[in-house]
Design a protein around this ligand. Sequence first.
Ligand code: TYD
Length: 207
Amino acid sequence: MAFLAFEGLDGSGKSTLIKNLELHLKQAGISFIQTREPGGTDLGEELRQIILKDQDPAPCAKAELLLYEAIRAQHVEVKIKPNLEKGIWVISDRFTASSIAFQSGGRKIIQEEIEWLNNFATSNLSPDLTVLLDISYEDSQKRMLNNNRDTKDRIEKECESFHKGVRQSYLAQAKGKDDWLVLDACKSEDELASELFTSLIQKGFLS
Ligand code: TYD
């Protein structure tokens, strides 16, 4: 059983890699759930709408962070922990690293304060592996255009320096950590899936 989180800039290709992992797990007869942040529970999905919609004034940086953390606390309590306790894999599209990347790397809230809140919200639960799909700001923007993503949410509309800060934070978080896997998002779908499966085998999660 494993708890995996997928991270990256918007447009990094998380959904495609998660889809390929799910196909692989199904074929191997492994039980899993796929979930996401912001979201994952009824409360979380409602708060997701509130966080991402355009509003004036927009939530201030601290309010935004606390909303993501509220979503996370509920997500861990009612969905992630109960499934892990039953031996079911949990695959989450974004988790704690997103708050550090976006609210510290992007919004410039002090990282240690977010780490404290992450630990509080999760009761210190961390993923067995965080998979970062690393992509440059320029390439992520191109991908979103190609995917006809003409409706950007409030966070996606942030400026270039915000997103560059997010990427730098992700890379800094991953540096030297055994429980992170950094993949080059520009590689092909098949290459990315194969690198992920190899890592899961090496770490003993898959045979
Ligand atoms: P996501 O669901 O990945 O967006 P989409 O479905 O449009 O690809 O995430 C929504 C946005 O929320 C994304 O821009 C990243 C942001 N986010 C944070 O700023 N902090 C967080 O803690 C999380 C989980 C997400």
